[in-house]
Design a protein around this ligand. Structure first.
Ligand SMILES: *Cc1c(COP(=O)(O)O)cnc(C)c1O
Length: 401
């Protein structure tokens, strides 16, 4: 039946038909605990009553007009989002990649206005910023880029969490105009940088008049324990991109900016047919409402710390476990070997997890999980990892016999 879909995904053999909170049910009525949230999308869980109600009401009223006209729901969301993020203006698109495209275009346009003809954006190794040509170029993963050359010009890459490398780039590349970086690398393996990294980048951006552009598409909307991950570092970016958790499953992306960066894009410089349509904006404003009024980010911080501690304790004696790390409900378990088969084994066991960067089990549960569900994540994942490493050891033993 899937023969007419382009084979862009190697899909697991399951289809979910219904969800409620952190639970999902497949077409055979089997229940699963969702510890992935559609990759950090459904932060409020599935079928959240307030989001469902808002989306239904809006669908019965008005889905789409056009950005040719004023869109009150977009203006209202823009105001709420900017207040929450201490930003000034926002452009709405439909995805993370589009939010980052807007950021890259904004950085280039500002540079051209300053007389820099060939601006460069500094990006990081092992980063992920999307699949469009510019965001794929910004992405620090050669495998994802292979075959799509020629890539887009105007990017310079340095290792993540390495301020010295940024300083060196600053002295060698006079045309750098912005830094695009994830506060915590998601696809790269839940890589949490040192505490001085973001403040250090902020200082360098100020010194060289670069824009600090934070890709908070995975880390934003409460996931790491604060509304946006950069708050942990006590800094503000000039530009911030959001998507994933913003609409809880309704597609929406946002590029926010403050100060001079907020005034760069003008009429005719950028646009989107669907971006910021009433349906998506009403969904996102409801998400922001629920998130802030129920202080779900604080809950994510507390529950996430408990899950990480629980996993550390349960896996402490396993030499195959390198590290449990993360922040809030963005948790990675680094193993010493590739572990992709764990995803299918977890599925059989009734829990949804993910493996990224080959060796990192990634957990991104919805922010609304209760204590029992959190404990179930610890117990199931610890057991799965233990069994996986045990099986591997046995295979190695039998081979050496
Ligand atoms: C998922 C993701 C993107 C891309 O978002 P899409 O909506 O898939 O285009 C970009 N940056 C980060 C950090 C992401 O996690």
């Amino acid at each position: 039946m899937a023969n007419h879909l382009m084979a862009t995904y190697s899909r697991l053999p399951v289809a979910f038909v219904r969800g409620e909170g952190a639970w999902l049910w497949d077409s055979d009525h089997k229940r699963y605990l969702d510890a992935l949230s559609g990759i950090a999308v459904c932060g409020l869980g599935h079928a959240h009553p307030r989001v469902a109600e808002a989306v239904c009401a809006q669908a019965g009223m008005l889905l789409h007009t056009s950005n040719i006209y004023r869109i009150p729901a977009q203006e209202s969301l823009g105001e709420r989002l900017c207040a929450a993020a201490r930003m000034e203006r926002v452009f709405f698109g439909n995805s993370g990649a589009e939010a980052n495209e807007a950021a890259i275009k904004l950085a280039r346009l500002r540079a051209h206005r300053r007389g820099i003809e060939k601006p460069e954006v500094l990006v990081m190794e092992k980063s992920f910023h999307g699949r469009t040509l510019a965001t794929l170029t910004a992405t620090g993963n050669r495998k994802a880029q292979a075959g799509f050359e020629p890539l887009v010009q105007g990017f310079v890459r340095v290792p993540y969490d390495d301020l010295q490398a940024v300083e060196t780039a600053a002295s060698n590349r006079p045309n750098i105009v912005a830094v695009l970086v994830e506060p915590i690398q998601g696809e790269g393996g839940i890589v949490v940088p040192s505490d001085d990294y973001l403040p250090g980048l902020r200082a360098l951006c100020d010194r060289y008049q670069w824009l600090l552009m934070l890709d908070e598409i995975q880390t934003g909307m409460g996931r790491t324990g604060t509304l946006f991950a950069h708050s942990h570092a006590g800094i503000l970016p000039d530009v911030m991109t959001l998507a994933k958790g913003l609409g809880n499953g309704v597609p929406i992306g946002a590029c926010l900016a403050r100060g001079e960066a907020a005034e760069v894009l003008g009429p005719g410089s950028h646009g989107s047919t669907f971006g910021g349509n009433p349906l998506a904006c009403v969904a996102a404003e409801t998400v922001l409402d629920v998130l802030t009024s129920e202080r779900l980010h604080e809950r994510a911080g507390a529950v996430g710390a408990r899950i990480a501690d629980g996993l550390r304790a349960a896996l402490a004696d396993l030499p195959g476990v390198v590290e449990v790390r993360g922040r809030g409900l963005m948790i990675g378990i680094q193993l010493d070997r590739p572990c992709a088969p764990l995803v299918g084994q977890a599925l059989d066991a009734g829990i949804l997890i993910n493996v990224t960067a080959e060796r990192v089990v990634r957990l991104l549960p919805p922010l609304i999980i209760d204590d029992a569900q959190a404990q179930q994540i610890v117990d199931s994942v610890a057991q799965l990892v233990r069994r996986f490493l045990g099986e591997q050891a046995e295979t190695a033993d039998s081979r050496s016999l």
